[in-house]
Design a protein around this ligand. Structure first.
Ligand SMILES: Nc1ncnc2c1ncn2[C@@H]1O[C@H](COP(=O)(O)OP(=O)(O)OP(=O)(O)O)[C@@H](O)[C@H]1O
Ligand SMILES: [Mg+2]
Length: 482
């Protein structure tokens, strides 16, 4: 098209932006005639909409994002703005600037325009009465393809860029006493800036890849879920001892998928109705997390309750959990309420959502809660293995091998140490510490942990033998009495 194209574009812009009210009646008639033969169609996208013009149009925002990407390469005049709550500079198309676009071989022209009212008005905020809009122009013969396909393409691309560039948020639920009926501010949030990623997560590489693949497949499976008639959501149960990376993995998941996180504190939810309200107020592309689900509520069902007393005598940890549950009696969220939250009808509002439960004791949970379909994938995070150690060594010390690796491998197979402890021992504590010193510290810590485990086993053995001896004595005494 070359020069002819730009001349046509120039004429079009002149026509489109010439104030029609300045023309006399004769010229207006001529213009009408001109527009009859005028081969181009225009679509205007105003920045504000709604009855009072106070609502910023989502279409405008998406188009703006889409055009920003184009205009940084094409436009000669750009406007620099600072993104909300951040120091990043965002370049946007300046007013009265235009860029061209091409879609399936069709040429389109976009222009940005700012209108300022003629009369002088006194406003509190400067420039609040200025109105901005985008104008799209294309040949009439492409009307259908542009309206049916191209506009959707622009919106999708714009939304995708927004999601990619947006600041992600970490939400926590407010206590219901603080809910404002009108604003429905059931969640409060801070900017989510956790550095964890699957790269920095030390675990068996094969297992890690399997989880990444699973997440990526989920995030791209919109059509599949629609086809099989399932709500687009997936549940993950992360279980394992404290310090094995469950919370870190959730952060890595959010960073991989660019999702927000809703950290749901179940103990401050009063009842099932509140739980539903919280769910309705979560957005798509998010991870809803309930940490330590076994401690949050008594969701273990009747079967476990009966055995509670017996277990408490055996395991002091269980006692703590039971106490915690009793403290939270004000919460009346029930197991069925929670099941409804996960996969009842309510759960289908919004889409592309991941629900993650974490627990230190998988066996304590009611099987109904964690069956496939609710918690689709169960991921065990366990004590540090040699593969995870190698990942830490690479990350913290930048080494792939060392003479001490053999020793570390043997000790890791013989004793249990959490990734959190391995990381702590391996991390250099000062500039003077080289890899040898760090590895030696880890070997020493592993040996101590091994000794400690041995000592505990000995103690348990002794306690058991003592108990048996006392039992025997009692039996003998009883026999003598009879
Ligand atoms: N697999 C891992 N890879 C990298 N860092 C890890 C890993 N596991 C633990 N860590 C480190 O150990 C610390 C504790 O980990 P995290 O909080 O994720 O454990 P957790 O399993 O959630 O524990 P808890 O059950 O007590 O909540 C974090 O600072 C994290 O950086
Ligand atoms: Mg945790």
């Amino acid at each position: 098209m070359g020069q002819v194209g730009s001349t046509i574009a120039g004429l079009m812009v002149a026509y489109a932006y010439f104030p029609k009210e300045l023309l006399g009646p004769g010229k207006r008639y001529a213009l009408k005639l001109f527009s009859y033969f005028y081969p181009y169609l225009e679509i205007t996208i105003p920045e504000y909409q709604g009855e009072y013009g106070f609502t910023r149009s989502k279409v405008f925002a998406a188009v703006e994002r889409y055009l920003n990407a184009k205009s940084t390469k094409q436009a000669q005049r750009l406007q620099a703005n600072v993104a909300n709550n951040s120091d990043t500079i965002v370049l946007t198309m300046a007013n009265q600037e235009q860029v061209t676009d091409e879609y399936k071989g069709i040429k389109l022209w976009w222009a940005s325009k700012l209108t300022t009212p003629n009369q002088q008005s006194i406003t509190f905020y400067p420039r609040e009465d200025e109105k901005k809009h985008f104008k799209l122009m294309f040949h009439k013969r492409y009307r259908d393809i542009i309206i049916d396909n191209y506009l959707k393409h622009v919106l999708d691309e714009g939304k995708a860029i927004t999601i990619k560039e947006r600041q992600r948020k970490l939400f926590t639920n407010n206590k219901s006493e603080h809910w404002d009926f009108y604003r429905m501010d059931v969640w409060s949030h801070v900017v989510f800036e956790h550095p964890a990623s699957f790269d920095t997560l030390a675990m068996d590489p094969l297992k890690k890849q399997e989880i990444i693949d699973d997440l990526m497949t989920f995030s791209k499976a919109k059509d599949y879920y629609a086809k099989v008639g399932k709500a687009w959501k997936r549940g993950y149960l992360l279980y394992g001892p404290p310090g094995t990376g469950k919370s870190t993995m959730i952060a890595a998941m959010a960073n991989l998928l660019k999702y927000d996180i809703y950290d749901l504190e179940l103990t401050s939810v009063k009842d099932n109705t509140e739980l539903r309200k919280l769910l309705i107020n979560t957005s798509s592309k998010s991870i809803v997390v309930i940490e330590d689900i076994d401690c949050s509520l008594d969701l273990t069902g009747q079967r476990e309750k009966k055995e509670k007393k017996k277990d408490e005598e055996k395991e002091p940890i269980k006692e703590v959990i039971t106490k915690k549950t009793e403290e939270n009696k004000s919460s009346e969220v029930t197991l069925s309420g929670l099941l409804n939250f996960i996969d009842g009808l309510w759960s289908s509002c919004g889409s592309e959502r991941i629900i993650v439960f974490t627990t230190n004791y998988k066996d304590k949970l009611d099987p109904a809660l964690i069956r496939r379909g609710r918690m689709d994938k169960h991921i065990e995070l366990s004590y540090c293995g040699f593969e995870a150690f190698k990942a830490f060594a690479k990350k913290y010390l930048d080494i792939d091998s060392h003479d001490l690796f053999v020793e570390v491998r043997r000790l890791l197979e013989e004793t249990k140490m959490t990734p959190a402890d391995v990381a702590e021992n391996l991390m250099p504590k000062s500039d003077g510490e080289d890899e040898e010193i760090c590895l030696m510290r880890l070997v020493k810590a592993l040996e101590e942990a091994k000794e400690e485990e041995k000592r505990k086993v000995e103690e348990q053995k002794k306690a058991k033998a003592k108990g048996e001896e006392e039992e025997k004595k009692k039996e003998e005494e009883n026999g003598e009495v009879i």
